[in-house]
Each structure stands twice: as C-alpha cells, then as structure tokens.
Ligand binder design. Structure first.
Ligand SMILES: *Cc1c(COP(=O)(O)O)cnc(C)c1O
Length: 393
C-alpha cells in the first residue's frame, strides 16, 4: 500500500553550491525573524516560518509529512510519544459531559487514560469488545462523542470490526479514532476506510530501532486538525528534533523492514503451530485465527509482524523458554529491528488478576513476539530449541 518514503527534502546549505543528501538535524529552539512585521505575519499565518520549537520545528514537520503520505492524511501532528497522540485525540475531540467508548483490550496506558484520567475532567468512559459490533452498539450513549479502537489488539492480536464500527458510528454521528500502531499504514489505512482520526505510536515499527519515542495523530476534519495542533502545543507534547530525525531515518527502510518481519512472522507462526508443547498460536493471517476472515479484508491477508503463542508448563516453562531463547531480548516493546519477547502476565497485564487474565486468554505460558529482521531460518531454530528446552522442564 504505502511506498518506502523517498528523500524529497533537499536542503540548500549556506556557502555550498552542493547540498546535503540527508535532511539536517535542526535542534534550534528559537528562530530569529527580520522585524516585528515579519514576526506578526508568521504568527498570523501570512508568512511561513518557525518561531519557537514547541510550536513546531523542521524535523517534526518533515516527519509529519512523511507519515501523512503513508496514511493518506494531511496536517498530522507529531507528538513526543504515542500516548501524547492518544491524549490529543481524546482531549481534542471530547469535552466535559461527553462520553468516550473504547475497546476493552486497548494498550494498557490508553486504558488507564480512559478509566483513571478522563473521568476527572468530566468525560465519561466505558469499554466494549471491538470484534463485536452488536456489543459496541449496545454501549453507545446519547452523549457518546468518540469511539477509540485499535485495529489489532495487544497481546491476543484480535482484529477489530473496523468497517462495522465505522459504519455504526457514521449512522450515529460519532467520531472514530483508530490506533493503527500494530498493522502500520502498510497493513491498514483507517482514514481511507472512513475513520475520522488515525493514531500511531511511531516508537514501534515505524521508527523501528527502539531509539526514539514518538507519536502521530491525524484527522480528516480540518477544524479538528487545527484543534489537535493547538492542543499539542499548549499541552507541551512537542517531539524532540533528534527523535524526529531518527524516525525519519528509520522510515526510509520501513517497507523493507515491514516485508522482512511480516514474512518471517508468518513462517514463525506456522513453525510454532506444529511444535509439541505449543498449545496455540495467534497470528491473524492463519486459518485458525478467530478473526481470519477480517484480516483478509482489513489487512489485505497479511498477518503483520506480531505473533503470540502459548506453551504448556506454566511459569516454570515460561522462565525456561526465555532463558533458552539465546540472543533474543526479553523486553516489553515491539517493532525493533531485533526480535523481542514479551510475557504479558508479568508485564503489560500484571495488574489484572489471574482470573481476569484467563478470561482474555493470557496464561503464564503466553508470549507475544515482535518479529525482527534476523535471518528467518536461524530465528525459527532459536524458538524451536528454546521451546523444546522449556517443555522438558
Ligand atoms: C506503545 C503503544 C502506545 C503508546 O506509545 P508510546 O510511544 O509508548 O507512548 C499506544 N498504542 C499502542 C497500540 C502501542 O503499542
């Protein structure tokens, strides 16, 4: 769908007839204007120019335009983290007295923002299962202003009924915001399916190297877009130029990384599926995935770079698996060029009771893998060896 971004930003360099082929890192916090008339015109939007980095800077602008092109958006706002982008979408769309309906398996921090913070500002929230449009419809209230869902949920990789929820929201005049972090714009483009708002944690596969913390939020509504920009500046969500610069660099290899990790993830899922001791594999493109049909229409038949699976043997086997997964990072992140292993029961979902975890299918033997760019054969062999060691315990 989206192509690898090319390098269109050819900046002239003072005192040189040639110019850098790399967009320069521009850490300047302040910008000097010619005179009060010119500054006035910059603030009023007559003249284009930077004033103060919190209000905007070249590296954020370049990155924002690149992601805009990938998502089919315009005027997207780059924020200092993915949570900054979620916050801008929520507080920019809803006001005191409104209700926000969220998916019940949102990213942990998004859930906490919904349940612990928004109510303090007079914004009511509730949650429903996003794979069940009937449940969503039942949870709508007269004052529902916004629906927040994730295309693919963490860590069970359930695929939301994006088209069904968008159609329902349109009928009821409700805005739909979609956190598209897991599939990325290569897997799905929510705005082109009729969503109002798209959100990314750019920190993950988009930037792709676990060295920049960034977010992105865009909307098709120009008035809302202007509010998002203003809110992000007023709340101080501005991204660091260096992080933007690193993410820009990461995006030039995005398509290659996406294709490599997705192809390896599909192979890893199939290899795990036939391994003794593996209770189940969750990968959206597999025929045994509960949302397989939806992944075919929504994700173009691709399963993405995340694979989850469950092994028998409880915590003891889980410890043995991680200890035997030689060379792989046990770290609760995703989207890195290197494969990472996450254990939701002791990290993202540790606050839940074992029973609540069991209800959403997260046991002590449940792992979520973010597949990286390593050679597939060697990576799969590492998993097979570690799982054999784990179930022997
Ligand atoms: C990581 C993540 C976030 C938060 O992003 P940060 O950059 O860590 O603030 C939001 N949504 C999803 C789906 C994520 O994976």
């Amino acid at each position: 769908m989206s192509d690898t971004p090319s390098k269109p930003f050819r900046t002239p360099w003072p005192g040189s007839v040639s110019r850098p082929v790399v967009n320069p890192l521009q850490p300047s916090v302040v910008y000097a204007s010619g005179d009060p008339d010119e500054l006035d015109s910059q603030y009023e939007g007559g003249a284009k120019g930077y004033t103060y980095a919190r209000e905007g800077h070249p590296n954020a602008e370049v990155l924002g335009q690149m992601i805009d092109a990938m998502e089919g958006a315009s005027g997207g706002v780059v924020t200092g983290s993915g949570m900054g982008a979620v916050t801008v979408a929520l507080l920019g769309s809803a006001s005191a007295g409104d209700h926000v309906l969220g998916a019940d398996q949102l990213y942990g921090r998004s859930l906490r923002l919904m349940t612990e913070e928004l109510p303090r500002f007079g914004i009511a929230t509730s949650l429903a299962n996003p794979t069940d449009v009937v449940a969503f419809e039942a949870a709508i209230r007269p004052e529902t202003k916004l629906i927040l869902i994730e295309t693919v949920s963490n860590p069970t990789l359930r695929v939301a009924d994006v088209d069904g929820i968008i159609a329902l929201a349109k009928e009821r005049g409700i805005l739909v915001a979609i956190d598209n972090t897991f599939p990325t714009p290569r897997g799905c483009r929510p705005l082109s399916r009729g969503a109002d708002i798209v959100i990314h944690s750019v920190t993950k596969l988009m930037a792709g190297h676990s060295d920049a913390t960034l977010g992105y939020v865009a909307t098709r509504d120009p008035a809302l877009s202007a509010r998002f920009s203003t809110l992000a500046v007023s709340m101080g969500f501005t991204a660091s130029p260096f992080d933007c610069w690193l993410a820009e660099r990461g995006l030039y290899s995005f398509d290659l990384r996406y294709e490599r990790c997705t192809a390896t993830a599909a192979r890893l899922g199939d290899a795990l599926g036939v391994l003794p001791g593996v209770v189940r594999v969750l990968y959206p493109a597999r025929h045994d995935h509960p949302d397989h049909n939806r992944s075919a229409t929504l994700l173009g038949g691709e399963g993405g770079h995340m694979v989850s699976f469950e092994i028998e043997g409880g915590r003891e086997a889980a410890n043995a698996f991680v200890r035997n997964a030689e060379g792989l990072n046990f770290a609760p992140t995703l989207g890195d060029v290197a494969t990472t292993i996450s254990h939701p029961a002791t990290s993202s979902h540790r606050a839940l009771t074992p029973q609540a975890r069991a209800e959403i299918g997260i046991s002590e033997g449940f792992f979520r893998i973010s597949v990286g760019c390593e050679p597939a054969d060697a990576l799969i062999a590492t998993f097979e060896k570690a799982i054999r060691a784990a179930i022997a315990v």
